[in-house]
Design a protein around this ligand. Sequence first.
Ligand code: GLN
Ligand code: ZN
Length: 753
Amino acid sequence: MTTSFPKATIEGYPRIGANRELKRALESYWAGRIDAETFRSTARALRIDTYNHLRDLGLTEDYAIPADVAYYDQVLETALTVGLVPGGTDLDEEFALARGTDTRVPLEMTKWFDTNYHYLVPEVSAGQDITPAPERIVRIVEEAREAGHTVRPYLVGPVTLLALSKPAEWSLLEKLVDAYAQVLSALKAAGVEWVQVAEPAVVADLSTPDAEIAARLREAWSTLLAREDRPNVYLTTPYGAAREALAVLGELAPEALHVDLAPWTLDTDADYASRVAAAIPAGVHLVAGLIDGRNVWAANLRERTEVLNGLGRDNGTVSVSTSTSLQHVPHTLNAERNLPVEVAPWLSFADEKIAEVRALVAGEDEAVSAFAQSDRAVRTRAESATIHSAEVSARVEKLPAGEVQRAPLFAERKKIQDEELGLPKLATTTIGSFPQTPEIRKARADHKAGELTDEQYRDALKAEIKNVIELQEEIGIDVLVHGEAERNDMVQYFAELLVGFVVTENGWVQSYGSRCTRPPIVVGDVSRPAPMTVEWAKYAQSLSDKPVKGMLTGPVTILAWSFKRDDVPLSVSADQIALALADEVRDLENAGIKVIQIDEPALRELLPLRADERPAYLDWAVRAFRLVALEAQPGTQIHTHLCYSEFGQIIDAVAGLDADVTSIEAARSRMELLEDIDSTFHSEIGPGVWDIHSPRVPSTEEMVELIRAALANVPAERLWVNPDCGLKTRGYAEVEPSLRNLVAARDEVAAGL
Ligand code: GLN
Ligand code: ZN
């Protein structure tokens, strides 16, 4: 080993750019506004700017800056580099894999561990060819060097890459390891001394069991580490605690090993730090992932120092890093001008986290002011009267513990609702949103800029609601929606109206490709100062004799798409949000709303990575949903909606929500999920018959076929006809004919009943 591992480092940094430069470059290139050359040079300039910025922030040691670069996705980047997915260095081929073309479907996309980042799933097959393209990674190192930086190239590891592929084809491992060996050898030849290889598969229960992952890890890495022509290997294990694999990692003894010691990880696995200390031999340089890469809270530096000291390492054999890449948090607090002054010191985004890493390395005697600042933040946050509400706590504490049950049971409720609503068999509805037209976006922007008064903005929204109601009436839909024109985003909208949340101006985080979201932050106890949706629902209902659905985002989804508190269990925030929503349900009922939908598309997203933690999660998640509807009148029909997921794993929980009607994504999988649903579901169900993710207009015939397929599993009196999801990303040119076809399909099937 010539260069020792840097004392202070991070696992990765947001790629999208502080001003979303990469997003703009990608979208300009896809739209044909810039050519490949311009795209590449823009992306390159952003990478170099980022390295300069990180050096300015104090990552000055050689190899302290990770080069975790990718145009679209880090998993695709590695898959192309090692040749598990063919494509070499061709830019258009890369984007075709990511986004599809007229003639090709894109790779499937799914959640990266328990984050809101989505990666592209490599499609593999036994016996396939694996031809690496090491020039992809070598040129990254070289361009950095030309700009004066000695960066640490990044790869997803072979075990994780295969474990996440479809299928997890382990017969490819040997060939794949050989491809990695070639890439490592090319890096060595390019003069690289440290490479970072991420193996987060060791912290999760994936389709491959933990013990097998550990065995594969041994197989792959004993081969790779035995090679002479390679750089030093920095093996990393972000996103949680390794179990079976920990001993194997100790035996493999890479030159450096990263472990995730974030507060969240230690909360769920209290003795992880001591297991790490016992399992990892002194000869392995240990990198303590002490600063939380996934949440936005300023670290408690004294508590973090204790964890570091508890590892019992000599100064020269331990470094400090983040628990995960910082790609999951916004760039910097400096871009925020409107955060409440009390809250700002409690927060830490990517750049501020780098300062925390450095403070931990420097220690309390050196970094005096950083430690003092941390102490103050810890104390003012714990004592703050703004975020702790005795009233909210008392209300949550008064709730019955454990399972709660709406009364009467579904069978009884159904009789009352059938009578009160008088809906036909195979009732039609939509999921909530209608197209967010350029006019709506403009009105929102003008309102924000002060060019439209509140009054004018409200009038614009009301005009839109009127159009949406009239269109549905004319097409002949049974249960109407108001179209959600007033919502910028289904979570942000509620976060802005609830006490206990803070929203950012520039807190963009990459979700996938060029897509970014701006998650709100749950800072404290949550309550509802005033009704949030009633005015719109009431207005919409006043325009029609048919029922119009009240539309709420459920507590689990609001929580899942926000940064969470780290000072109370998630279940506490979930209960608080649920109670706020329960008040909204009551107010909607009082305003004459008979049907209320509580969306939970993200129910599966918070599912823990470890199987033994899942039942407890599902218990509190289901309970929170049920709290929202607990006091609803028996005649109020409660709907829920879910999408984005394979439901197999959580189907019992979905049934357990005890909604009267559940709409669920199903068109793309051609009603496959109905077989699971048959035995679990006794309430009403609307499996989507129109895949709204695609711009095509589904024909009446194909929807007739899907409704008939559904009828094979669900009787007509419990079956609804609806699209897969909301229509906000579609245009009216597709929505109108598609909805007409949907109603025609229902009529045709209903006529034959
Ligand atoms: N009601 C929401 C909409 O229609 C649901 C969105 C979702 O499921 N993601 O837009
Ligand atoms: Zn949906």
